[in-house]
Design a protein around this ligand. Structure first.
Ligand SMILES: O=P(O)(O)OC[C@H]1O[C@H](O[C@H]2O[C@H](CO)[C@@H](O)[C@H](O)[C@H]2O)[C@H](O)[C@@H](O)[C@@H]1O
Length: 382
């Protein structure tokens, strides 16, 4: 079995790299040294790669596209027989040895939390709302909203999403939370309580209720480029049935969930052709979606660190951050918590996946149960 490609393997490894087109601008290591888009504008157009290499690259991405957000057991019960379905269950249960359920391990989690201050980071799509065909319809249920509101009244809570911050707020509609949109490139957080140690510049602003907040937008210089590429990508995929664009402010999503598999390659080729002219932008891959974003050293993991610092909780030993997410981009946050050894990630997945998370939950319904249990535990211990 090849665990890395996911071929013949129960484990989906969707950690493939960002698009491997040669780019003159690499990622940067400090938050203050973001590349200016101007640095990338005058680069000469790259010589097209020999057909064969292009083909290999396209094929690698094609496998990824096929494997992305694979069909869940309950959806495939009509197309596989009972034995195959039982096999899938067995694979899932074996996988859970490495990624135990956060529900069945709840006591271990609260033992670890003890008297520490718990901080919650939540992804949106696939975590608080189920994955649906039309991204505009990814509504959060009232029960989930109530569960999130309840935990947010007990623990500092933030939502970190790939969507634009405004869009995710429209879905969630809760003022008690902090919000980071565009994969953390648009953060509205509390006024920083600690000294600004790494020189990250924020704009003081007010939220809808007039409360003072900090706005952090490390990719603001890229806005004109992002809106230009949004238009070009839209033009280039408009004849592909089912392809859908989404403007996430500092990044762009090209959805192919509703595209026929025969057209996947076309989507990939059209997107990469447009990006040939934008070495300052990179392509990543989520659940049946391509995400185009600036090449800056900023991601959901950095957003977690930033928010912890803003909350004055970054240096404290007494803090237990928990991040719940379902997607490849959430892995950056899982990694940060794992590396700092002070909190952990919970991967939301109904299929086995390699992850830097510590625990797992099967779907948003289990996420809601977990949030309710956390609130109940906290209230009992007050
Ligand atoms: O970080 P997230 O909040 O998880 O955002 C990642 C992407 O989520 C959305 O797309 C995904 O959910 C859609 C609705 O269920 C689904 O139709 C799509 O196939 C999924 O990829 C969002 O629409 C994207 O823009 C985000 O990048």
């Amino acid at each position: 079995m090849d665990l890395k490609t996911g071929l013949n393997s129960p484990v989906i490894a969707d950690h493939l790299p960002t698009l491997a087109l040669p780019a003159p601008v690499m990622t940067f290591t400090t938050p203050t040294s973001f590349p200016s888009p101007g640095l990338c504008l005058n680069t000469t157009k790259k010589t097209p790669l020999p057909g064969k290499i292009e083909e290999v690259r396209a094929t690698g991405w094609l496998d990824l596209m096929m494997a992305a957000s694979p069909t869940r057991r309950r959806q495939i019960k009509d197309v596989v027989n009972d034995t195959q379905a039982d096999d899938l269950d067995l694979q899932y249960h074996n996988w859970m040895v490495d990624y135990p359920s956060a529900l069945t391990s709840f006591e271990a989690i609260t033992d670890l939390a003890g008297s520490k201050r718990l901080v919650l980071f939540l992804d949106y799509d696939g975590t608080l709302s189920p994955i649906v065909d039309n991204p505009e319809n990814a509504l959060m249920s009232d029960e989930m909203r109530a569960a999130v509101k309840h935990v947010a009244s007990l623990f500092p809570t933030a939502i970190i999403s790939g969507r634009s911050r405004d869009k995710v707020f429209d879905f969630v509609k809760l003022n008690e939370l902090h919000y980071a949109g565009s994969h953390g490139m648009d953060i509205m957080g509390p006024i920083r309580k600690t000294a600004d140690s790494n020189g990250v510049e924020c704009i003081h602003s007010t939220d809808l209720k007039g409360k003072e907040v900090n706005l952090f937008q490390p990719a603001s210089e890229f806005l004109p480029m992002i809106s230009e590429v949004y238009k070009k990508l839209g033009e280039s995929v408009k004849d592909i049935n089912g392809a859908r664009m989404e403007d996430n402010k500092f990044c762009v999503s090209v959805h192919y969930r509703n595209v026929a598999e025969d057209d996947y390659k076309k989507v990939f080729q059209r997107v990469t052709a447009v990006l040939e002219d934008y070495p300052c932008l990179r392509l990543t891959h989520g659940r049946k979606v391509f995400e185009v974003r600036p090449v800056i050293d900023w991601n959901k993991g950095k957003a977690v660190e930033f928010l912890l610092e803003s909350l004055g909780l970054n240096e404290s030993e007494d803090v237990l951050p928990i991040y719940v997410g379902d997607d490849r981009t959430d892995e950056d946050a899982f990694k940060v918590l794992k590396a700092s050894n002070r909190g952990f990630g919970i991967l939301v997945s109904s299929i086995p996946k390699e992850s830097d998370a510590f625990y797992s939950l099967r779907d948003p319904a289990e996420v809601m149960e977990f949030l309710r249990k956390l609130a109940q535990w906290k209230e009992q211990s007050i």
